[in-house]
Design a protein around this ligand. Structure first.
Ligand SMILES: *Cc1c(COP(=O)(O)O)cnc(C)c1O
Length: 358
């Protein structure tokens, strides 16, 4: 069986070790005679899967004890609504930096519930940088950013200083790619299908003092209800939680820590950026200081060659390199599960393609 190198932005490649472990336990999980997906979410066996997943995450990310970890559904996109529903309080207003398609969607949903003050935007430059020149307003309930912009390939390398105002951040495409200081955030959220495993699970890490009772909210959309019920107000996405547990175990076994994993991610990204920076043929589409480690968009000297690049790469077992339609060109998404070998293969193809087509 030939597996491809999958450079998709999401759902994305998983480690073969994780997939093999899941396969080996698919029919009979640890002698229970059942698959994890057949188990009651209230069973002792599943509660162990759940607890072990959560404690591994808390350990790996060093999540302080005044934060709650919630395993929800609805994708990162439902958080665009849940966040304002739960966090808009006395000001009924949040500030947002517009860094691309995902922050625009968040702004759109926020506006249905309260006021959005867009303090800065890089839209006029096709979102090729992270705006840094703005003031954090005082009359807001929270400040919102999309920390890694999956489509445009920009990343906050320094968080905005919001003082006492809670910082809410979409980490869907950068979570677990590097160590972070969770205490700097009010809320972190991420869909699982990029660095956390499979679609169907949404991770929310929220500071406890931000979780407030609000009887007006539908129960499923209330952080308070979800937290009080330990993410089991209804059936949680059991198999996706199990898969996250396997991913976390793999990270610990393979890398030991997020510090080590970050080094590997830097190495992988630098291999690609080096080619872009030392070539007249390729061009990265993002300003250097804001480049993402996870999503690397680039173009060649012509649209025709971009298409040829994508087609030839596919023939060689490197798939999903087509850039988002709003940027064009190529995008290599190199999440945690993309191996150094996969990036080496891409880089050597890039050099060869340049030689043949320049
Ligand atoms: C993929 C992605 C989303 C959307 O996630 P869903 O789980 O599909 O809702 C939101 N934000 C960012 C930054 C993403 O990369």
């Amino acid at each position: 069986m030939n597996r491809v190198y999958n450079f998709s932005a999401g759902p994305s490649q998983m480690s073969e070790k994780v997939l093999e472990k899941a396969a080996s336990e698919l029919l009979n999980y640890k002698g229970t005679g059942q698959s994890v997906m057949e188990m009651s979410h209230r069973s002792k066996e599943f509660l162990e899967v759940f607890e072990s997943c959560r404690s591994k995450l808390i350990e790996l990310m060093n999540i302080p004890s005044n934060y709650k970890v919630l395993f929800l559904q609805g994708g990162a996109s439902l958080q665009f609504s849940m966040i304002p529903m739960n966090l808009l309080k006395k000001n009924k207003k949040a500030a947002v930096v517009n860094t691309g398609a995902w922050s625009k969607k968040a702004i759109k949903e926020l506006k249905k519930i309260g006021d959005a003050e867009v303090v800065a935007s890089s839209e006029e430059d096709t979102f090729s940088y992270i705006p840094k020149d703005y003031k954090v307003p005082e009359d807001i309930d929270y400040f919102y950013i999309c920390e890694n912009n999956t489509i445009y390939g920009t990343k906050y390398h320094e968080l905005p200083d919001t003082g006492d105002i809670p910082l809410v951040a979409d980490l869907s495409s950068c979570i677990l790619s590097e160590p972070i200081d969770v205490s700097k955030y009010g809320v972190i959220f991420a869909g699982a299908q990029k660095n956390l495993g499979m679609a169907g699970l949404t991770l929310v890490i929220i500071r406890e003092d931000l979780i407030e009772e609000n009887d007006a909210l539908p129960s499923m959309l209330s952080y308070k209800v979800q937290a009080d019920n330990d993410s089991m107000f209804n059936t949680p996405p059991t198999y996706a939680i199990y898969m996250l547990g396997l991913v976390l175990e793999w990270i610990k076994d393979e890398f030991g820590s997020l510090e080590n994993l970050e080094k590997v991610n830097q190495k992988k990204a630098n291999m690609i950026y080096d080619v872009l920076d030392n070539s007249e043929f390729y061009r990265g589409t993002v300003v250097k200081e804001d480049r993402s480690l996870m999503n690397i968009p680039f173009v060649t000297i012509s649209k025709e060659l971009d298409e040829k690049f994508i087609a030839e790469a596919k023939e060689q077992g490197m798939v999903n390199l087509k850039g988002h339609r709003s940027v064009g060109g190529m995008r290599a998404s190199v999440y945690n599960a993309m191996s150094v070998e996969g990036v080496e293969k891409l880089v050597s193809f890039m050099k060869d393609f340049e030689e043949r087509n320049k």
